[in-house]
Design a protein. Structure first.
Lengths: 63, 727
């Protein structure tokens, strides 16, 4: 632990960490968006409609 | 495959609904009380237990953890069972969760009224209750994950992802922010100091908004909005992108609560950058919610539940645009420390959280009790009163914020502050505080209409405590087929792996801020002239915390001319290295107190002035809205605790000499007698060990250390490389 705390205490240039974080996020974001958009529509529709197929949907509120 | 018969546990849902309704009324009622106290100080009733500083945390905690918390659990327990086609994992855990949470709420209310608080906003509970919160939260998570494990559906729907993120997010936040060193059953000190404590606290505070007031509500939106509209969510693809982006980005944005304050530049830049980026995923959620109603807007006209849900989602969009705008530096200089922030939080709280809760209740209660709502007219009346009350709340407070900010920065042609007395700016906005009371009464009226409507609905119907259902048993699909299944689709049926990735996404944002601030010493330069608090000053500081003075007074002067002219030299990071906890505050209902000990500064007042001001602020200025603190003259400092406090500070790294704890009481009495003698010269007779003397000692310490420097202040950076470069 002492080794770790010594390393952390002497660390400099911390300001670049958030720029690195930003780049990591943007990279992951692009990957997730591309992969998600490529998912078949039929699969997406099946999932999102699944919660309505339980005989529990609300009609009583709506006159 | 043959169906399995099972029973949904509706009783636990009903209990949480009742708790939501009861605590909701209490929370709003207390909110109206503190609104009245801010406009008319007589409503502090001259009692320590009902003074604003002690009651304000009761309001915020009651709204967040009692009203909103119980509503989250009601919605989660109902929707999880339905989505997973399984009864909750354990009835015992459900009951322990429910009663444990109610116990926490009661303990919170009692301890805050007694002045037992850590002073950290939305995390004011003292350490034994913190531990209880952690235990009950684990019970909730255990029950939730157990239910996911024994589910009868392959796929885990998006709403449950948000519930998992809520559980993990709050667990991380609560544990990290609650590291305290106890000195007794009701008193502890934060292990973090000054700027470090501020970063940890606002990492917590900002993300408590994220993971208690946003993520669970997005989960509820993903379930109840499609159910109430009887239409699927607009885009499941968007829900995936929205989910991962939001939980990753939120954790980074906390430092936007500390702009222009004594914090390293990189931390502030981090907060601003990620706050602006948060607009995208937040609006992804809003768009997904509103477009769910595409082609079904006619249903909104006829359903109070949908009306509330639509206003909620719209307010979510507005608030998540306003929040990032408030994190821009030039906007933040206006919004921070003024009523703008209060308006912002109430739009989010009343419209987004309130709207989802009310929409959910108007949907859920008739369904649970297998009847129609007792009166759709009353529900609509509630909707319009509540919506109008939000406008009556927000508009005056925005007005108030801009008015006060303009007055605070106004200069005469000769170059002097046009309104040098803070109270002048406050008096100007008091009519807005009266409007806030009206708004609170309106919101409460609407709420009471709902309470009546709900109880009539419950009386008209009948709830089945154990509702029968059936579904085939789950056969786990096993390993992923890369051809048929994407990684995310695979993760959506693997709860543990999904949770691990959620944890990783949450952990990164927190670690990037907390670890460097706590460990890298170059982030917190020290000032040689700054000395630890004397035992008497430390006791005074604890009284300041106990009375909640930080709820109205900041101790942080930003580097603006209109602040340094009014309050004195701007605050430096090295001034707070012995502050466990930090007390920078977040709203100035009264003036900043960071330099009340700077004898030649504009904020210095002598001991007799402080005495008279605490005894009767209105006698000093009839327009003051500060409560009286005449019990300061009667209450005595508990000297038995003083040595333990010094030892605790030594443990936390405050450089008192070895064995100073044994001399602490003598030191305290010596200093107290000096102040008492000073007061005696002004004709005031007071016991040296009274709270009054300790408070005066503390106020005379604040910001005074840097005054002793004849030369400009040199901040010492204990970084080896920097020292070497300097040499």
């Amino acid at each position: 632990m002492k080794l770790v705390s010594n390393l952390l205490e002497s660390m400099t240039g911390i300001h670049i960490f958030y720029v690195a974080g930003l780049l990591i996020f943007l990279t992951l974001f692009v990957v997730i968006v591309i992969r998600t958009m490529r998912r078949p529509s039929a699969e997406m529709n099946e999932i999102k409609e699944s919660i309505l197929i339980d005989n529990d949907s609300e009609e009583s509120m709506i006159s | 495959m043959e169906n399995q018969k099972f029973y949904y546990d509706n009783k636990i849902v009903k209990l949480f609904i009742l708790a939501t309704i009861i605590w909701g009324v209490v929370a709003v009622l207390v909110g109206v009380l503190i609104a009245m106290q801010l406009a008319f100080p007589a409503f502090n009733f001259g009692l320590e237990y009902t003074s604003f500083g002690r009651v304000r945390p009761i309001h915020t905690n009651a709204v967040i953890f009692a009203f909103v918390g119980n509503a989250i659990f009601a919605g989660v327990y109902y929707s999880m069972q339905k989505l997973l086609k399984a009864r909750m994992f354990s009835d015992v855990l459900s009951k322990v969760h429910f009663w444990g949470w109610q116990l926490i709420i009661v303990l919170a209310a009692v301890t805050f009224a007694l002045g037992i608080t850590t002073s950290k906003e939305y995390a004011e509970l003292e350490w034994p209750i913190d531990i209880l919160v952690a235990v009950i939260w684990v019970v909730f998570g255990w029950n939730m994950i157990g239910t996911i494990v024994k589910r009868r559906v392959q796929h885990i729907y998006a709403a449950i992802w948000w519930y998992l993120a809520t559980f993990l997010g709050i667990a991380i936040l609560h544990i990290v922010n609650s590291f305290e060193l106890p000195i007794s059953l009701f008193k502890s000190y934060s292990i973090y100091a000054g700027a470090q404590d501020a970063v940890v606290q606002w990492w917590y505070g900002h993300n408590a908004v994220a993971f208690f007031l946003t993520t669970p509500f997005l989960g509820l939106m993903y379930y109840f909005l499609p159910k109430a509209a009887n239409r699927p969510i607009y885009s499941y693809r968007l829900s995936i992108i929205h989910f991962w982006s939001l939980i990753f980005l939120y954790m980074w944005a906390g430092p936007h609560h500390l702009l222009y304050q004594a914090l390293p530049e990189w931390v502030q830049a981090l907060g601003v950058t990620f706050s602006i980026m948060l607009i995208a995923p937040s609006w992804g959620g809003m768009i997904n919610g509103l477009l769910t109603l595409r082609g079904a807007w006619d249903r909104v006209r006829d359903s109070a539940a949908l009306k509330f849900l639509v206003v909620a989602v719209t307010a979510y969009g507005l608030s998540t645009f306003e929040g990032p705008m408030m994190s821009l530096r030039n906007v933040n200089m206006i919004t921070h420390f003024t009523d703008w922030t209060i308006a912002h939080t109430h739009i989010a709280g009343m419209a987004w959280n309130g709207g989802i809760v009310f929409g959910m209740l108007y949907f859920l209660v008739p369904k649970l009790f297998r009847t129609k709502i007792y009166s759709e007219k009353l529900a609509n009346a509630h909707f319009w009163i509540a919506t109008l009350s939000i406008l009556v709340y927000a508009i005056p407070l925005y007005w108030s914020a801009v008015t006060q900010w303009l007055m605070l920065k106004e200069y005469t042609p000769e170059g002097f502050l046009a309104y040098p007395i803070f109270l002048e700016t406050l008096t100007q906005i008091l009519p807005m505080y009266t409007l806030r009371i009206i708004s609170g009464v309106m919101f409460l009226t609407g709420f009471l209409l709902m309470v009546y409507n709900m109880f009539k609905t419950m009386a008209a119907g009948e709830m089945e405590a154990n509702e029968a259902s059936e579904a085939p048993a789950l056969v786990l699909q096993g390993a992923r087929n890369p051809v048929k299944e994407t990684v995310h689709r695979w993760m959506e049926r693997r709860a543990v792996r999904f949770s691990i990735w959620v944890f990783v996404a949450l952990f990164i944002g927190g670690a990037v801020q907390i670890i460097p601030m706590v460990f890298i010493k170059s982030n917190v330069p020290t000032i040689a002239a700054v000395t630890p608090y004397t035992p008497l000053e430390l006791e005074g500081r604890d009284i300041y915390i106990k009375e909640g003075c930080y709820t109205c007074h900041s101790q942080q002067i930003r580097p603006f001319r209109w602040e340094t002219d009014r309050y004195g030299e701007y605050s430096k990071i090295g001034e707070f290295v012995y502050d466990h906890p930090y007390l920078w505050g977040s709203r100035r209902t009264g003036p900043d107190l960071a330099r009340t000990g700077y004898v030649n500064g504009p904020m210095y007042k002598n001991a007799a002035w402080h005495y008279q001001h605490f005894m009767d602020p209105q006698a000093m200025n009839e327009k003051s809205i500060m409560p009286r603190y005449d019990w300061f003259a009667r209450r005595k400092v508990n000297l038995d605790m003083t040595p333990a406090k010094i030892r605790a500070m030594q443990t936390l790294g405050v450089p008192y000499p070895e064995g100073f704890d044994e001399e602490a009481v003598d030191d305290l009495i010596w200093q107290a007698e000096q102040i008492a003698a000073d007061l005696k010269n002004s004709g005031i007779d007071i016991e040296p060990t009274s709270h009054m003397v300790a408070m005066i000692a503390y106020l005379h310490k604040l910001g005074g250390d840097i005054e002793t420097q004849a030369t400009p202040i040199i901040e010492e950076t204990p970084n080896t490389e920097n020292h070497e470069a300097g040499e």
